[in-house]
Design a protein around this ligand. Structure first.
Ligand SMILES: C[S@@+](CC[C@H](N)C(=O)[O-])C[C@H]1O[C@@H](n2cnc3c(N)ncnc32)[C@H](O)[C@@H]1O
Length: 246
């Protein structure tokens, strides 16, 4: 049984409408180019494919994409965009679910490794990625660097968005490595703000490298964005690529 929270129908119905920046061409174009190059002539497996924000346009580029997704509500939204033959999706936990065949690319984007709330499950996720990779295949993760440098002693929260439409801030359990993202989103229909929160297990890049080693993968590349900018000590996120030895 996974520790991940199950994404609800209401969240699924809102997802594509609210993820405007993440669904913009400016974000998606370099994402798709990066992933398509790594997939090459092989097949790609997206862990936690959601509504197909990335998987559907990657399939439209000619890459054979298969998905694993925990929430049937998220997968149902994807189904409005691509049928089962075009883009097969298995409902299940990305840490344990096995789908048939071998892949040249397994990818897990948009901070979603953190939806697994224990270290054991995150390691299991790396092992599951390795299990699906052909020799020489790659596992790609997109993940924010934990924003702890913005949390001085005595301060309880780190704001990440303060705008007319949305107030967002993170709170932390530093012992359990759990971050809770809080959102107050303006609700045009009902007036006022809708309140949501989600729990995440944050992890440093070095911890992911160790998980990859445990899973038998070797680090090949770490960059700060999908355009390949160098990863530095000021980078807010990273795209990391690990390779299964040939
Ligand atoms: C931030 S969304 C990302 C969706 C999609 N990959 C994207 O980039 O738009 C996180 C997704 O992870 C799914 N998820 C969370 N925990 C999961 C798990 N243990 N196994 C599979 N999917 C999971 C959620 O249901 C949700 O669809």
């Amino acid at each position: 049984m996974t520790s991940s929270e199950l994404w609800t129908r209401a969240t699924a119905d809102r997802y594509d409408a609210e993820e405007t920046e993440m669904s913009s061409a400016a974000v998606l174009e370099p994402t798709l180019a990066f992933l398509a190059e790594l997939a090459g002539d092989g097949r790609a497996l997206e862990f936690a494919i959601g509504t197909g924000r990335v998987g559907v346009p990657l399939r439209e580029r000619g890459v054979q994409v298969v998905g694993i997704e925990l929430s049937e509500h998220m997968a149902a939204v994807l189904r409005r965009k691509a049928d089962e033959t075009t883009l097969p999706v298995t409902i299940g936990d990305m840490a344990t679910t096995v789908v048939p065949g071998e892949f040249s690319l397994v990818y897990l984007v948009y901070n979603t490794i953190t939806n697994l709330l224990t270290q054991d499950e995150q390691i299991a996720c790396f092992r599951n990625a390795a299990r699906h990779l052909a020799p020489g295949g790659r596992f790609v993760i997109e993940l924010g660097v934990p924003p702890l440098r913005f949390l001085p002693p005595g301060q309880v929260a780190v704001p990440f968005d303060v705008s007319e439409q949305h107030l967002g801030f993170d709170t932390f359990d530093l012992v359990e490595q759990i971050l809770v993202s809080h959102h107050f989103t303006r609700d045009a229909d009902h007036g006022g703000y809708r309140r949501d929160h989600s729990r995440h297990r944050y992890a440093w890049p070095a911890e992911l490298d160790l998980m990859a080693r445990i899973a038998g993968l070797e680090r090949e590349r770490r960059v700060a964005d999908w355009n390949g900018a160098p990863f530095t000590q000021d980078s807010a996120k990273h795209i990391s690529v690990w390779r299964k030895p040939a």
